[in-house]
Structures are given as structure tokens and as C-alpha cells.
Design a protein around this ligand. Sequence first.
Ligand code: ZN
Length: 345
Amino acid sequence: MTSNPHSDSKFDSIGSRRSNRLRFLVYLMLMSCVCGCGPSTTAADSIDGSLAKLSPTRAIESIKALCAIGPRFSGSIGMTKQQEFLEKKFTELGGKIVWQPFMVRSPLDGQPFEMKNLIVQYFPERTKRVLIAAHYDTRPFPDRDPTNPRGIFVGANDGASGVALLIELAHLLNYASKNSPNSIAVGVDLVLFDGEELVYQEGRDEYFLGSTFFAREYLAAPPGYTYNAGVLVDMIGDADLSLYYEENSLKYAINVTKELWKIAAELKIKEFKPKLLHSVRDDHLPLNEIAKIPTCDIIDLDYNDRIKKRLNYWHTTQDTPDKCSGDSVVKVASVVWTWIQRQKP
Ligand code: ZN
């Protein structure tokens, strides 16, 4: 699996440090899935027809449209263009737009500048809510690129795929809010985090600026509603999709995590594998640790070339739309949508 020689990196393979206790935990999880998933139903009898409104073609077009803007790192012209694009898109899709601006200092020169999280609300009057999140900034440079680490990084999978998934959900939420509002019992916020990785130098620059601000603000200025749970998606557009349990998601949000993988089994989406492989530092950490919102991270760390397995596109110039698939986005969106439909206030 993806490994990173830098101990301060976002991703940490747990394979090398898996303790006996963890092995036992994995065993328990596998057993509980084998024993606890029950008879699987077919996709057709577990849904109300809404999943057919997801579109792989539209999902890959969303990824292409975002990448066509170019690099979209925090504070860039591309990010401003993306913000305009998304405000228009989500407004057309019936969402209530809430911008959450905050000031940070540039890791390059210390100058203050503004970042903005985008919160798109459906059923805004409901006080029991869930959040579905993704980061929408891209890394400033493809610093893991073997030949061009200061080249152009457009983040098709690492950035755009998560946004594309939220756009797909917005299509279903827009339809549901107008035609079948009782098909969902909770309010839903689609949350796009800025500043997930404005990282020029590992170990010096901070990750998760947007999600950290969001989590602190949720505590400091309670919004009058509460989030029961959350799902974060990151790098879910890989054409060769494999989704494993993530250690911090099991630690903080085991019910959410198990429920998502159980739904995937019901829908016969085999890319969700009920097995623990990685520990990931991602935007779900501030949500879990600061805001105490149990939040699962659905993330595919194995972003490798199908043939040349050692060729990894992550944080390289090769993270482009041709490595992604609208089918992958829709598979994950199907699971998340079904999870939303099952949430109780
Ligand atoms: Zn990244």
C-alpha cells in the first residue's frame, strides 16, 4: 500500500506497527462483519429509485470542469474561480449557500489572507443534521512528482473527486427537498473545506486549516443545530477504487464506519473492503477531536498505475481526470446517499 517515508506525512501505513491488540481488533471487526451483516439485499430492494439519479457521466464532467480551472490551492486565482463556479452550481441545485471566512497567515511570507469554507445546506430548518465533507483546495505543488515537483498540480482525485461527489449528492438532495422531503429525516450540510493542504514544506506547514476552524467555531459559536454524525470523502475518484477501513474512523466513529461498509455490502459495491489497512490524518480529525462529531473518512490511498503498480499518482502531475472514473464517484455517492436516507434525528 501507499507508504510514505516522512513520519510527519498525512498518511501512515499501520502495517509496520500493527500491534497484537490491533490484530485482534481487525479479527473482531472481520468476524463481526461476517457474522453481523446479515443476509444481503439486492440494490433494487434497498432503495427508492433515487440512486438512478446519480450520473457517472456528470461526475467525471464535474472533475474535468474543476481541473480545467487549473491549480486551486488556497488563496489562488484558481480557488476564487472555483468558489464562483461552486456558488453558482450549488445555488442552481437548490442549496442554501453559507460562506465561512477566516484569516490565516501564508506559510510562505506570513502575510494574512482569507480562506473560506463553503457550507451548502438542505432542509436548513432542521436542527438535527449530518455533514458530508470534502476538501476543495488542491496542494500548491506536485511535490512527490519524480521529475517535476514544481510542476502543475490539478488534483483530479485529490480535491476534485470529493467535490464531484458532493455535487452528485446535491442533485439528489435538490430533488428530495422538492419532491419527497420525508424521504430524509435529518438536515444535510455539504461542507467544502479550504486549507486542507496548503503545504509547501512537510513538517513546517499546517494541514486542515479549514476543518479546524469549522470545528472550533462549532464549539465557540453554536449554530443552533447539531451534527449527529459526519462522512468525509477524499480521493474517491480513482478508476481503480479500493476502500478500506481507516484506523481513526474506527477509533472515533465506529458505528458510522461499520454502517457505511454494511450498506456497501448490501448494494454489492465490492470496492468497499471491510478490512483495516491505514491510519490517516485528514479533515475528520478536527471534526472528531475538537467538535466531537463522529466522522468517518472514506479514502482510497492506493492511487497507483494499474499496470506499473509502483507508479503512484498521489501528489504528482499525473493526478489528472484520465486516472479517475465517474463510476467510482457514483459508487461512493450511492453508499453515502443510502446512509443519509437511514439517519434518524
Ligand atoms: Zn493531498
